[in-house]
Design a protein around this ligand. Structure first.
Ligand code: SAH
Length: 507
């Protein structure tokens, strides 16, 4: 046994990258090996160092025992090789996570371990749907139950006691047996008119929320093609408190790259929106190129280093790590960032930006920079995307190095096929860059989105939209994803209480 090895049983939350604990994040950042389950999203796995061993151990619920033995064996094996082993489990590992078997194995084999709690699906779903799980007047208890044992096999759930509890009931693994569960509850004394809400893929891009009553929720879910993972919440208090949020129940199409969409989606799902991810391009890392490696060696000779996006920052620091280097390479070179999202990404690596312009475009960066620093004769290194606009800094000696590029993905032409017509099916179509606009409309006829509200992140993106004959409904005032969401929230429509259009689809 590697004497210093430790297994971290980490709760990964409902899947969205932002919904993990700081402790989980710290451990993932230094993991040597990660054994992860089926519901773990790519966003979280992207936190893990590139050198780490990633092992998918998702199990289908049929061959439970044999798979569990295999996982136990792997845990023992990997703790002999690695120092930091992460067993990454969806939600909270201690809730329907079969943690008992794994803990017994670790204790039995004298392997050191630590348990890091996670946000369980019930908490995530309640937050995304705006449901308060307990309430002093209407729900004095909340019960977590598995929906899987409810049919076929003999169940040990006492439905009569459950119906009497006067609380909120949360069924995990609820889709398969929803009809039987609801029927049994009503038979056991629960009112058929009690409220019910189902949240599938809570906090993820494909989150769906369906509301109804105990008597009709199963039917509505079947009509809405609700698939696992989903939770069924039942109780008098299971009504959404997000009705008045302008994005609640809105269907929003996202057109960034895969990880960008995931980040955007988690922000939208927290407002009860249903985001649909349609990555129009992928990011291609260019930091492995000779030019980048050479510039890293010479970086301290520059007066200023400019980063233009969070993606650039992450790829650059990953490259540094691969080369066994760290932020000390900058020495006295100062750092500028376009936008505080880029500056925040830099903070994650322990580096504070010296300059962030008030407005977040390349031309604003240049204008404000020149005014403030008069960079005549200064050596400036611009680390950016190969497809970005040119940066004009008259008088300065600017060296531009492309650290990544973006490549169009062909699949957005399948979008209409998978989602049906776009007009009438979506409320919002969002664009966070000119490049996304170009990729999207190369495959999609602008006419097919003419009834959808269009959100643009800033003036450059809006200009590109206009070239395709598309007029943005809103343009963000602050050119960030948060700014974009804020601008979308500003568009309110009169809506009678209780009539989210998400639910309209399933009525
Ligand atoms: N340990 C996990 C539960 C694992 S059991 C936790 O604490 O959340 C798997 C079940 O969890 C799924 O069938 C589903 O009911 C629920 N679940 C997990 N992630 C979910 C998500 N993002 N949205 C809705 N339900 C989810």
């Amino acid at each position: 046994m590697n004497r210093k090895s430790k297994v971290y049983i980490v709760g990964a939350g409902p899947g969205s990258g932002g919904l993990i604990s700081l402790r989980a994040w710290q451990i993932l950042r230094r993991a040597d090996c990660v054994l992860y389950d089926r519901l773990i999203g790519p966003e979280l796995l992207s936190l893990v160092p590139e050198t780490a061993e990633l092992l998918y151990v998702g199990k289908e619920h049929t061959k439970r025992s044999s798979k569990q033995n295999d996982i136990n064996k792997l845990l023992i094996k990997k703790s002999r090789i690695h120092k930091t082993i992460v067993r990454l489990k969806g939600g909270d590992a201690m809730i329907f996570g079969r943690a008992t078997e794994e803990l017994k194995c670790l204790i039995g084999n004298n392997i050191d371990f630590e348990i890091v709690p996670g946000i369980t699906a019930a908490s995530a779903a309640a937050a995304c749907a705006g449901v308060v799980l307990t309430d002093r007047n209407t729900a004095s208890a909340v019960t977590f139950i598995t929906g899987r044992t409810a049919s076929g096999k003999k169940t040990d759930i006492d439905f009569k006691s459950l119906a009497k509890l006067n609380g909120t009931i949360v069924f995990y693994m609820a889709v398969e047996n929803m009809r039987q569960i609801c029927r049994k509850l009503v038979k056991s004394g629960l009112s058929a008119a009690d409220k019910a809400i189902v949240v599938s893929n809570a906090s993820l891009a494909n989150q769906k929320i369906v509301s109804g009553t105990v008597s009709n929720i199963a039917e509505k879910c079947a009509k809405g093609n609700i698939a696992p993972p989903a939770l069924l919440l039942i109780g008098k208090n299971c009504i959404s408190r997000l009705w008045h949020n302008p994005l609640f129940g809105k269907k929003v199409l996202l057109t960034r790259d895969r990880l960008g969409n995931a980040d955007f989606a988690s922000k939208l799902s927290a407002r009860g929106a249903c985001a649909v991810s349609c990555p129009t391009f992928k990011i291609k890392d260019l930091t492995g190129k000779k030019e980048v490696k050479q510039i890293i060696e010479r970086i301290k000779k520059f007066d200023w280093v400019f980063f233009t996006s969070p993606t650039g920052v992450k790829l650059f620091f990953n490259a540094l790590k691969r080369l066994n280097k760290d932020s000390r390479i900058f020495a006295s070179a100062k750092i500028a960032c376009i936008g505080f999202e880029t500056a925040n990404a830099l903070e994650d690596f322990g580096v504070s930006a010296d300059f962030v312009p008030k407005k977040f475009t390349s031309s604003d960066l240049a204008k404000e920079f020149i005014k403030k620093y008069k960079p005549n004769g200064k050596k400036i290194l611009l680390l950016r995307s190969a497809i970005a606009d040119k940066l004009q800094l008259p008088g300065a000696k600017v060296k531009t190095v492309s650290i990544y590029t973006a490549e169009k993905l062909p699949q957005n032409c399948h979008l209409e096929r998978s989602e049906g017509s776009l007009n009438g099916n979506f409320d919002w179509l969002t664009f966070a860059s000119s490049f996304a606009v170009k990729c999207f409309f190369e495959d999609i006829d602008p006419k097919s989105v003419q009834n959808i509200k269009i959100a643009s992140i800033g003036p450059t993106t809006a200009e590109t939209l206009k070239k395709f004959g598309v007029k943005p409904t809103i343009e963000a005032k602050e050119y960030t994803i948060d700014g974009l969401i804020k601008a979308m929230m500003g568009v309110t429509e009169p809506r009678p209480l209780g009539s989210g259009n998400l639910f309209k689809n399933y009525d």
